[in-house]
Write a protein that binds this ligand. Structure first.
Ligand SMILES: C[S@@+](CC[C@H](N)C(=O)[O-])C[C@H]1O[C@@H](n2cnc3c(N)ncnc32)[C@H](O)[C@@H]1O
Length: 340
C-alpha cells in the first residue's frame, strides 16, 4: 500500500464523509483547548506572533477551521487586554496530497466572513490561510520560518512497518499477533516520530512551540484491549466477509494499517532522547469512541445499537479509502454494518 495515496479521510459532505463523522476529533480539540490557550498566552507574553501557525494533518472541514478560529479568538482577546494592535497571521493548512483541500478552500470566504463578524475586519485583513500539500514526514517549510506548529489527531498515522508478513488474520497489532509485530510497529513509530521532531526543529524559530495531540493507549502492554480492540473487531468483520466468500482471506493477511497508538512513556522517551525540543507538558486524557456518549449529561440514554453505528461511522470515515484500495468498494456497506 502506498500510504500517501490512500491515507485520506472520506471526502465531501455525504453521510459517510469525514466532515459528517468527525465529532470525536472535534471533542479531542476541545479537550486540548486549555493547553493550547496556555501555550499561546505564554508565547505571547514575550513576543507578538507573526507567520504564526501550521495545522499538520488538517483534513477537510469542519475541525481545521474551527481550530484556526479558536486560536484567533485567543489572540484577539489577548490583544484587547493588552490594548495592542492585532498582528497579521499566516496560517498554513497541511495534509497529504490526496486530501480534500477543495472543501476547505471553498469554505474560506464563509469562514472569513463568519468569524470576522463583530470584530471589525479581523479575519479578512489579518489572517491569510493557504494550503501546503505534503507529508509531515518531509520538510514542508523553509528553515527557521515558523513560530508555531499544531497537529491534532494525525501523528498516530505513519507507515506500515516492514517485516510483519506473519500477522495472519489481523490488520494491526492484535492480542494474537507475534512479538515481532509489536516490535516492528513500535520501531516504525520511533523512526517516524523522531523524523517529525527533527524536521519541525529545522523549520521552527528559536522559542517556537509545537502542540500535538494524537491517539495513544493508557496501558503499557499493547496486548491490552485498551490499545487494539477496535481494530481487532474490524479484522473480525473482514474475516466474517471472507467466510461468506465476499473477499479472499489471504488479502486480509497482507493488509496492515499504517498507524500506532503509543504509550505516554514511549512518546516522552523519543522527545527526550532526540533533544530537538523540551517538553513543557505531556498529558493524556480519555475519550469514548462514541463521543456522543456523554455520561456527564444526565439526559443521556445509552443505546447500544446506535453507539455501534456511531463508532462504525467514525472508523469508516477514516479508514475507508485504505480499505477500498485493498478490498474494493463493493463490501464497504456490509463490512461496516457488521462492525457496528
Ligand atoms: C483523523 S484526521 C484529523 C484531521 C483534523 N486535524 C481534525 O482534527 O479533524 C487525520 C489527518 O491526518 C492526515 N495525515 C496522515 N498522515 C499524514 C502525513 N504523513 N502527512 C500529512 N498529513 C497526514 C490524514 O490525511 C488526515 O487528514
Amino acid at each position: 500500500m502506498v500510504v500517501e495515496s490512500v491515507l485520506c479521510m472520506n471526502p465531501g459532505d455525504g453521510e459517510t464523509s469525514y466532515a459528517k463523522n468527525s465529532f470525536l476529533q472535534k471533542t479531542v480539540l476541545s479537550k486540548a483547548r486549555p493547553f493550547l490557550e496556555d501555550t499561546i498566552k505564554d508565547m505571547f507574553s514575550t513576543a507578538l506572533p507573526t507567520g504564526f501557525k501550521t495545522e499538520l494533518g488538517c483534513s477537510s472541514e469542519p475541525n481545521t477551521l474551527l481550530f484556526v478560529s479558536e486560536i484567533m479568538d485567543v489572540i484577539y482577546e489577548l490583544c484587547q487586554q493588552l490594548t495592542c494592535k492585532l498582528p497579521e497571521f499566516q496560517v498554513f493548512l497541511n495534509d497529504l496530497t490526496g486530501n480534500d483541500f477543495t472543501t476547505v478552500i471553498k469554505s474560506l470566504p464563509f469562514f472569513y466572513e463568519k468569524f470576522g463578524r463583530g470584530k471589525g475586519d479581523l479575519y479578512g485583513q489579518h489572517c491569510f490561510i493557504s494550503a501546503v500539500p505534503g507529508s509531515l514526514y518531509q520538510r514542508l517549510f523553509p528553515s527557521k520560518s515558523l513560530q508555531f506548529f499544531h497537529s491534532s489527531y494525525s501523528l498516530h498515522w505513519s507507515k506500515v512497518p516492514e517485516g510483519i508478513s506473519n500477522n495472519k488474520g489481523n490488520i494491526y497489532m492484535a492480542k494474537a499477533s507475534s512479538p515481532n509485530v509489536f516490535k516492528a510497529y513500535l520501531e516504525q513509530f520511533q523512526k517516524d516520530f523522531s523524523l517529525f521532531l527533527r524536521l519541525r526543529s529545522e523549520e521552527i524559530i528559536q522559542g517556537g512551540r509545537v502542540v500535538v495531540t494524537f491517539i495513544g493507549r493508557r496501558i503499557e502492554d499493547p496486548r491490552n484491549k485498551d490499545c487494539c480492540l477496535y481494530l481487532e473487531l474490524l479484522a473480525k468483520s473482514l474475516l466474517d466477509l471472507a467466510a461468506k466468500g465476499l473477499i479472499v482471506e489471504a488479502d486480509i493477511d497482507t493488509f496492515n494499517l499504517p498507524c500506532y497508538n503509543p504509550y505516554e512513556g514511549e512518546v516522552r522517551e523519543i522527545i527526550e532522547m532526540k533533544g530537538s525540543f523540551d517538553i513543557d507538558k505531556l498529558e493524556t486524557f480519555a475519550i469514548n469512541w462514541d463521543a456522543h456518549d456523554d455520561i456527564s449529561d444526565k439526559n443521556f440514554v445509552f443505546d447500544k445499537d446506535q453507539c455501534g453505528r456511531n463508532v462504525a461511522n467514525i472508523v469508516r470515515a477514516v479508514a475507508e479509502p485504505m480499505l477500498v484500495s485493498h478490498f474494493g468498494d463493493e463490501i464497504m456497506d456490509e463490512l461496516f454494518k457488521r462492525y457496528a
